[in-house]
Design a binder for this molecule. Sequence first.
Ligand code: PRP
Length: 208
Amino acid sequence: MKQMLNIALPKGRLGEKVYDMFEKAGFECPSIKENNRKLIFENEEAGVRYFWVKPSDVAIYVERGAADIGVAGKDILLEYEPEVYELMDLGFGKCRMAVAAKKDFRDDPNRTLCVATKFSRIAQNYYSSIGRDIDIIHLNGSIEIAPILGLSDVIVDIVETGTTLKENNLEVIETIVPISARLIANKTSFKFKNSQITKIMRELQKND
Ligand code: PRP
């Protein structure tokens, strides 16, 4: 019997694009396009099983081997530092991790800076690297509100088009790191399902 390759796809914004990429590479699973609430889809003939998970959970599934490969943003990889192989920069889902603040914000370097973010480790690493003391307020979403309500001085968050910042009268002060989608693999799977995984990589490279 053919060994199935388990692939974690990020639900949401990037999801369809990611699936289309695998489909183009020859790993199709047409039932995934049927509009329903199912989360797992497989095509035994092609040897693939896809499942939709929250984008921030893809790395956990892959790290623990519930998925052999998956697609995760570089932001998630930097934040959680999962034990996985980062195989390819897929060149889409491009955005940046940035520090933003209210337009009239003036930093006082003698004060501890209060930073609201969903990406505590990225924020901490960044400010450590420039030798700045900070207090982190960990939030789970709508980060842009924090400086407006005086909950924090600045935010560390993802900026794609910049529209969210603009519409909330915030601006980028500093770019921390560029972000894009990455193909990741479980370390054991990479060894034992190497031919399937390298085949996918080869096909994806062709379609670049
Ligand atoms: C991200 C980020 C910003 C927004 C930036 O949130 O947190 O709010 O996108 O995009 P823009 O620069 O194009 O306006 P996302 O939509 O991923 O949802 P989240 O708040 O649940 O993280």
